[in-house]
Design a protein around this ligand. Structure first.
Ligand code: NAD
Ligand code: UD1
Length: 339
């Protein structure tokens, strides 16, 4: 079975490619490299001991997509391609609507033209906005506070409408909580450009000495230690969720919306402590004001994923920190070193 992985050279995509190949799928990576490097796929090839078909192209470009679908009989698409920086989306909303929403429209049109109607889409827990309670279940009300989040929510709605119009589509919407960690080899991982916005890469860069200290963004939230609580999930567990979704996609007779989280909430200070323990390094921090738009607590109820995908996260917070440290300490400059 040929699986087209849009955004397959990126953080979650590259990790997912490993498990897809190990599960026997033929993978075609399609990426415009706007936020990735070809080096990630070279390293995936080393891990799996196999060459990967890598196509440089943009999901907004019909010719790029037609040429892939003309060259290979694609059975399903895992659609990771998208822009994901919340702050940038506020500053440049049209860029996000164009890339994420328009890109997905073009992708689905071309898929249908080539008779491929199976898609697994990367959504986000951001679509729950500020949840009224935790753990979060899939039927909770949806709301968003920024263009990035709205692009995810619109795409979810668009895909639901597509299914209503033609129920031969097989659609799985996976709502990720907070992906962290790296492949256990320490050779691939998250490689953010510039100053990381997200907690885990910031902690890792502080531990390796690239940043002086971490700003803990608020310590007056209603949580066990006052700092924000999130559901951190190991990227390999997340990757496994995609393989399980793909394995079952043909058995679904509705649009499936599924949380991928662990069900555990850890605070910023819990993560700092866990990282110090896993790395043996100090992570200096100072308390700073809250970040606009941040919420106190966000963690999943993952029982539906267990029920319908037979999937659950198995990796501990310690493994998340150890693997993240392995990647960061072996590759302090990400993929850039070998360019
Ligand atoms: P990433 O930036 O590492 O990967 C996205 C990939 O898509 C990159 O390789 C980029 O070059 C590619 N891309 C972007 N626009 C493209 C286009 N128009 N055509 C072709 N390729 C394009 O991000 P990631 O963390 O791996 O996230 C993957 C997906 O999961 C994204 O859709 C993201 O919004 C979603 N998601 C991520 C998180 C997270 O915390 N990382 C959380 C929830 C959802
Ligand atoms: C952020 C995005 C969300 C996106 C998710 C995954 C915002 C408002 N939300 O979520 O839309 O889906 O990333 O990419 O940007 N923190 C610090 N210091 C830091 C960075 C973060 O204390 O330098 C804290 C935050 O206040 C939060 C926790 O760490 O409590 C996690 O932050 P982050 O990794 O950015 O993820 P989210 O805020 O959950």
């Amino acid at each position: 079975m040929h699986i087209l992985v849009t955004g397959g050279a990126g953080y979650i995509g590259s990790h997912t490619c490993i498990l897809l190949i190990e599960a026997g799928y033929d993978v075609i990576v399609f990426d415009n490299f706007s936020n990735a490097s070809k080096e990630s796929i070279k390293r995936v090839e080393k891990i799996v001991g196999k060459e990967i078909i890598l196509i440089e192209g943009d999901i907004r470009n019909r010719n790029d997509l037609h040429s892939v679908f003309n060259s290979y009989k694609i059975d399903a698409v895992i659609h990771f391609a998208g822009l994901k920086a919340v702050g940038e989306s506020v500053a440049e909303p049209l860029k996000y609507y164009d890339n994420n929403i328009y890109g997905t429209i073009v992708l689905c049109e071309i898929m249908a033209e080539h008779n491929c109607r199976s898609i697994v889409f990367s959504s986000s827990a951001t679509v729950y906005g500020d949840p009224h309670t935790t753990p979060i279940k899939e039927h909770f009300p949806l709301s968003t506070t920024n263009p990035y989040g709205r692009s995810k929510l619109f795409i979810e709605e668009m895909l639901r409408d597509l299914y209503i119009s033609d129920n031969t589509w097989k659609i799985v919407l996976l709502r990720y909580f907070n992906p962290v960690g790296a492949h256990a080899s320490g050779t691939i991982g998250e490689d953010p450009h510039g100053i990381p916005n997200n907690l885990m890469p910031f902690i890792a860069q502080t531990a390796v000495g690239k940043r002086e200290y971490l700003n803990v963004l608020g310590n007056d939230y209603n949580t066990h230690d006052g700092t924000g609580v999130r559901d951190y999930i190991h990227v390999m567990d997340l990757a496994d969720g995609h393989v399980k979704a793909l394995n079952k996609i043909n058995s679904f007779n509705e649009v499936m919306t599924i949380n991928l989280g662990t069900g555990n909430g850890y605070s910023v200070l819990d993560m700092v402590k866990a990282f110090e323990k896993a790395s043996g390094k100090k992570v200096p921090y100072q308390i700073a004001p809250r970040r606009a738009g941040d919420i106190a607590k966000c963690f999943a109820d993952p029982t539906y994923a267990k029920e319908v995908l037979d999937w659950e996260a198995t990796r501990s917070i310690n493994e998340m920190c150890e693997d993240s440290w392995k990647w960061q300490s072996n590759n302090p400059n990400g993929y850039k070193e070998e360019k």
